[in-house]
Design a protein around this ligand. Structure first.
Ligand code: SF4
Length: 123
């Protein structure tokens, strides 16, 4: 009976070690994931905060990001007066000293009067 109890305890202990061990192996992935997102956010931030003289200056925006804005059908001037980037939930206002805002969906400057098919009202 004692041998059986020891075996059960040992099994429970080993299961616990395996569970904890599995959790531990996920932790570096979580950190890597956070690091990775942070890197993208930093890169996105730097492109969105470009000190451009005109909001249509895409000279430093990666080609893939330009394709994204085209895919969202972004236009510099909204065809609808009540729907534009400035009153969109995804709009990133210009930083102090800058004239162009950005968009949470893609990198690069956007016009306050701009618009795309992903326009979402501020709630
Ligand atoms: Fe402008 Fe579209 Fe971005 Fe909204 S989602 S800020 S409308 S580009």
């Amino acid at each position: 009976m004692n041998a059986m109890n020891d075996q059960i305890k040992r099994r429970a202990f080993l299961e616990k070690v395996v569970r904890v061990g599995s959790g531990m192996s996920i932790i570096p992935l979580l950190f890597q994931s956070c690091k990775s997102d942070g890197g993208n956010a930093t890169e996105k931030e730097s492109v969105n905060s470009l000190d451009v003289t005109s909001c249509d200056d895409l000279s430093k925006v990666p080609e893939a990001e330009i394709k994204k804005r085209e895919g969202f059908a972004y236009v510099e001037e909204s065809p609808m007066p009540d729907k534009h980037c400035k009153n969109c939930q995804l709009y990133l206002p210009p930083k102090e000293g800058q004239s162009c805002g950005g968009c949470a969906l893609f990198q690069g400057p956007v016009f306050e009067e701009g618009y795309c098919t992903y326009w979402a009202p501020i709630v």
